[in-house]
Every structure is written in C-alpha cells, then in structure tokens.
Design a protein around this ligand. Structure first.
Ligand code: MTE
Ligand code: MO
Length: 319
C-alpha cells in the first residue's frame, strides 16, 4: 500500500482541481490582485510578473505561448512518481524522503566563462526574474510522460545577467552535494553530485527554463526544490534538480548518465522516436494515468521550435 506523507505546504488530494477550475482560479486571483491594488492607492506591482506570496503560492503568473493545452497530470502524481536518486531509486522514494532537504538558505553560484560571475540567493531569484506558467510535456527516458504546469523563467534571463564571454560554448549544472541530507549520495549508484550540461544555444533557447514551482506553488522538494532545470524537448534526465552551481565552459561538460553508461545515454538526449534506447523502444510512451500508449513525437512535440538547433547533425550519432 502507498503510505502518503504529504508536504505540509501541499494541497490535500481533495483540493486537487481539474485544469478548468485551476485556470479559473488563476484568472480570479489575477482579477482580485488588480482590483485589490486599485483600492490600495494604485500600488500596482511594478512588473506584471508572478511573485511568490508568503504562503508559497505564486500570483499573477503570465501564460506562455509555449503552453500545451493537453490534460495536466494531477499534482498527486507529479509529486509521488519521481526520479531523484539522491533520495532513493524507487519512484515513490523522493516523495517520501526528500522532505529532509533544506532549501533555505540556498544559493546558486554562476561562473566560468562569464564577464560578471555572481551568486544568486533563491529569494532574489524568486523576486528578480519574471516568473511564468510553463505547461510542458515531460518525457522520461523510461518511456513514460506527464504534462506539468511548471512555474519558472527562461534560463537565458539568468545567463544574460552574468554575460557569457565569446569563448563560452556550453553550460554545466551541478546538484547539491550533501550526503547527510541526500542519503542516495552515500551509495555508489551514480557519481555524485549529479551533473548535467547543455550547449549554450540550447541553454539560451526560450523553451529552456529554470523551474521554481508547479501548479502555482513553490517547487516541492521531490521535484527538485528550490530550483531545477526544465528542458522539455529532451529526456527527463537532462532536467537536473536542486541546482547549486552553473558554469559556462568551452568544452562539452561531463553528464551523470552519459558518464555512467555512455552507450545508453548521450549528451544531447533529444527525445527521438527513431533512436531506440539499447534496451527498449522509444517510439511509444505511456502518459501516466492513461492506459493506451501513444506515439512519441520528435523533440517531444517541440520540433518546430528546436529542430533548427540541430541542422546538419546526425541525430543517430549524437543521441
Ligand atoms: N539531481 C537529480 N536530478 C534529476 C534526477 C536525479 O536523479 N537527480 N533524475 C532525472 C530524471 S531521470 C527525470 S525523469 C526527472 C524527473 O523529474 P520529476 O521527478 O520532477 O518528474 O528529473 C531528472 N533530474
Ligand atoms: Mo528520466
């Protein structure tokens, strides 16, 4: 039986609302915020972007042109079916054990080949960058998928702040290393800390975001709190969680799953129904919550936006 340990800030299952109601609630909140501001001597927020309230809920989130209108995977599923090996290797483990992760204070050090290296505190990140709702498909390399309403902002916004130099060609990411908080790091299942990387143009693409929340709330620990990468056209393992360091480099950085089994997991990891994993097909996927499998789309359905990044590349070789 599944024992449910809930994050105290999470809504109860009974509060989980279908998407239509959820969107109504959002537009109600927006209207209410504007009306309220009018009464309060016109103290409209300086910017029209999402800010996080003390209760951990985002308000005034803008909707992205990239949002899918497919049925969203319920909160309960997104927060109880996870891959986060720092907290165990079963899908339910992160939901049960990631509560031990302390996400305040937290900072992200950004450096390497940049003109202005900087360390960003998480509270500053939440306040400074325009937070949007990004409803994306997530396609795990294990051939399941979900639709997740993230809260986040373009990684490009943060990278532009530190001013990458002309020599920068890649971006490397690193998860927190703290075996006391992350017991999985006491095992040798992977080489810790978890690391990932993108080519600079992939990192600057407007679809690539740093996620700080989901369903309009601060990111649950099991989903990579307080800040994680989301790259929707790539297999899920590229979307590294609980980031503490971002480094601009001139050489392709090592990545955890590629280091571990290079013939199974490439650096690019673009979702590709025509390139099978050596041990299973990638042509179909199971949307969690659905019975029948569906076809996997090239670049997870984002080909129109990102296929141009790979013009002239042999995607069977650079998988
Ligand atoms: N640090 C870290 N990041 C990680 C992982 C991990 O084990 N450790 N798992 C990856 C994999 S394989 C997937 S599919 C996604 C899952 O994200 P989710 O649990 O929010 O759905 O996180 C990715 N990011
Ligand atoms: Mo994954």
């Amino acid at each position: 039986m599944l024992i449910k340990h809930r994050n105290p800030s999470a809504p109860l299952p009974s509060e989980i609302t279908p998407k239509s109601v959820y969107l109504d609630r959002r537009s109600f909140l927006r209207t209410a915020a504007v009306a309220g501001a009018g009464v309060a001597l016109g103290s409209l927020p300086k910017a029209s972007w999402g800010t996080v309230a003390p209760d951990g809920k985002f308000d005034n989130l803008t909707e992205s042109r990239f949002n899918t209108d497919e049925q969203q995977t319920p909160w309960e599923t997104i927060t109880t079916y996870n891959n986060f090996y720092e907290f165990g290797f079963g899908k339910e483990d992160p939901g049960l054990y990631a509560r031990s992760l302390k996400t305040r204070p937290w900072s992200v050090e950004v450096g390497g080949l940049v003109a202005k290296p900087a360390t960003f505190g998480i509270e500053d990140i939440l306040k400074t960058f325009p937070q949007e709702e990004r409803i994306y498909r997530l396609r795990c390399v294990e051939a399941w998928s979900m639709v997740i309403p993230w809260v986040g902002f373009p990684l490009a916004d943060l990278l532009n702040r530190v001013e990458p130099t002309g020599a920068a060609k890649y971006v490397a990411f690193q998860t927190l290393y703290d075996p006391e908080q992350m017991p999985g790091q006491k095992t040798d299942a992977l080489d810790w800390p978890y690391v990932e990387g993108l080519r600079l143009d992939e990192a600057m693409h407007p679809l690539t975001i740093l996620g700080v929340g989901l369903y309009g709330e601060l990111m649950p620990n099991q989903n990579g709190a307080p800040i994680r990468l989301v790259v929707p056209w790539k297999y899920g393992f590229k979307s590294i969680k609980s980031i503490v360091r971002i480094t601009l480099t001139d050489a392709m950085p090592p990545t955890t799953w590629n280091d571990y089994i290079p013939r199974e997991y490439g650096f690019y990891a673009n979702v590709n129904p025509d390139v099978d994993h050596p041990r299973w097909s990638q042509s179909r996927e199971r949307r969690i919550g659905e019975f029948l499998k569906r076809d996997t789309l090239p670049f997870n359905g984002y080909a129109e936006e990102v296929a141009g990044l790979y013009t002239g590349m042999d995607l069977k070789k650079w998988f």
